[in-house]
Structure formats: structure tokens, C-alpha cells
Design a protein around this ligand. Structure first.
Ligand code: TA6
Length: 288
């Protein structure tokens, strides 16, 4: 099917009726719904569906850099480009396919990318929906045959929440984090769950591979499982920053929270022929 800007997207549906949509624009997941048709990801009502702008919401892929630490545009170019369907994706090991509907996408390296980032790499993405409605994303990035290169990476995941002031994040207690609001100075998180009453923009370092996002009002819990992604970005722009973003509603910060599986503190370096895999699994538990 096509998104609002006429760009191809793949719709995944499992036998119970859960669904997901991944657009060839940036390889970005734009929707993930329960078998009751409930949308679990946030997309701004003011999102711009026009390349090369990344759509404000869903799960933009930040590659080859997170943030604006390097010479590239903010969060790198992968999310701004048009990907292609990967017709000859090498088979993943068995359990990555059974019982899943999935889409295999391939990043199409362009001359302009090579100008800003002169490395020959292959970036394959598999987006899957399991029989239980879990959304999984597997990124495989390989240095084909060029000199070693390093990159940072994030699945910039916009969760839909009912009211940010009723949200709690567990799994990041006592970790160190880099605070983007204080020039990325390093702090240590205190011992209890994260709650939100102002702008938060942090990279938690070397977290456990399971994080929980409790949405108290909707009585649902997002569970994030990750592999190859040691860090977790937590971001809510709050009121002031929301007003400064044209593709974001002034009040929309109340209905979203970014909790991203990422590899940021220690960029990944690949020698020729080496491949990195970053795996994210999202599920949602509806508490009674
Ligand atoms: O930490 C997340 C972050 O880097 C924030 O600083 C904010 O810029 C957010 O990403 C969104 O970035 P974007 O380029 O999508 O507007």
C-alpha cells in the first residue's frame, strides 16, 4: 500500500488481526496495532510525510549517528532515504522467522551518502509481527569490504501513552546517563522508577536488556527487549520544546514518550566483512 505521500509501505498482519506498517521512507515503522486495532505508537497530527523529512513518530532509525555529534545531519541519513524491498535477504536463523509475518528492507546506498559518509556497507532490516502481536526489528549492518568504520544507532521509538504524568519507566534505576539538557554531562539515576514532570532527554548507559514502560491510565505496559543495543534513550520534549517543533502539536508531549534501544556511548566499529546485529522486540501487556 502507499502512505499519505504515495510512498510504498508494507502492511504486516497476524492471524489474530494485530498489524504493523513499515514505510520504505526511512524503513520507518509508522504503525503497530493490537488485535483490537488499538494504535500503540505515537505519530504527530502535524507529521510531515515528505522526504527527506523524517515522519515525527513511529520508529525512525537513527544511523549512522545518533544526535548531532558528528558531521552528518541530526540522527544520520538512513531515516530520510527511500529504502527498497530486499528480495534476497539471507535467511536469518530459524526462530527469527517461524510464526511471523515480516518485511525485509534494504537501505540503498547513494552517491550523496557516500560523499558525507564514504563507507561501503550493507544495511538490512527485518520488521516482523509475531503470532502474539510482538513487533520485532532486526538491523544487520555489514562492512562489505572497506576500511573499518564506526557508527552509533537508535530505534527512535515513539510510544503512545495516555498521560505522560501517569507514566513510569522501570529498568533504568541506578544507571549512569548522559543528560542532553546539560551538555551530555554524566549523572547517576536514583534507585526508583522514572517518572515525568518536565523535559527529559537522556541516554542511559549499559542498561539491562528488558525495560518496562507503565501507562497507568491505559493500564498497559510496554515491554522492550533488546540485543546489541546497550543504551536507552529517554526523551519527552515537554511544553517549551514542543512549541519549537513545527511537526509536533503544542500539547502532544502529553501523549508520547520515546524510549529507544540504542548503541550510542560506545560506537560500533566494523572491520571489513564484519556484521553487527541490533535486535529490538516490543510487546504490550494489558493489565487487568
Ligand atoms: O534524545 C532524543 C533527541 O536527540 C532529542 O534531543 C530530540 O532532538 C529528538 O531526538 C528528536 O530528534 P529529531 O531529529 O527527530 O527531531
Amino acid at each position: 500500500t502507499k502512505d499519505r505521500n504515495g510512498i510504498d509501505q508494507v502492511v504486516l498482519r497476524n492471524p489474530r488481526g494485530a498489524s504493523a506498517q513499515v514505510s520504505l521512507h526511512g524503513g520507518q515503522v509508522l504503525s503497530w496495532k493490537t488485535d483490537r486495532g488499538e494504535e500503540l505508537l505515537f505519530t504527530s497530527s502535524k507529521a510531515i510525510f515528505k522526504p527527506p523529512t523524517a515522519v515525527r513518530g513511529g520508529i525512525p532509525i537513527c544511523f549512522p549517528q545518533f544526535g548531532n555529534r558528528g558531521s552528518l545531519e541530526q540522527h544520520g541519513f538512513a531515516r530520510n532515504k527511500i529504502w527498497v524491498i530486499d528480495d534476497n535477504a539471507p535467511p536469518l536463523h530459524a526462530n527469527d522467522s517461524d510464526g511471523k509475518t515480516y518485511a525485509d528492507l534494504l537501505f540503498k546506498l547513494s552517491q550523496e551518502d557516500l560523499k558525507v559518509w564514504p563507507h561501503s556497507f550493507e544495511f538490512r532490516l527485518r520488521v516482523s509481527l509475531t503470532a502474539d502481536g510482538y513487533l520485532t526489528m532486526i538491523s544487520r549492518i555489514r562492512n562489505i569490504n572497506c576500511k573499518p568504520f564506526s557508527f552509533s544507532f537508535a530505534y527512535h521509538t515513539y510510544f503512545s501513552v495516555s498521560d505522560i504524568s501517569e507514566v513510569r519507566v522501570e529498568g533504568l534505576e541506578t544507571l549512569d546517563y548522559l543528560d542532553n539538557l546539560y551538555q551530555r554531562e554524566r549523572f547517576t539515576e536514583q534507585g526508583d522508577a522514572l517518572t515525568f514532570e518536565s523535559e527529559v532527554d537522556r541516554v542511559y548507559l549499559s542498561s539491562s536488556d528488558v525495560i518496562a514502560v507503565y501507562d497507568h491510565e491505559k493500564k498497559r505496559t510496554f515491554v522492550i527487549r533488546k540485543d546489541g543495543l546497550p543504551d536507552v534513550v529517554v526523551w519527552n520534549p515537554w511544553e517549551k520544546k514542543s512549541k519549537s517543533m513545527v511537526d509536533f502539536g503544542d500539547e502532544e508531549y502529553k501523549q508520547m514518550l520515546c524510549v529507544d534501544g540504542a548503541a550510542i556511548e560506545k560506537p560500533i566499529t566494523l572491520k571489513p566483512g564484519e556484521e553487527w546485529t541490533g535486535r529490538l522486540e516490543l510487546s504490550v501487556m494489558l493489565s487487568t
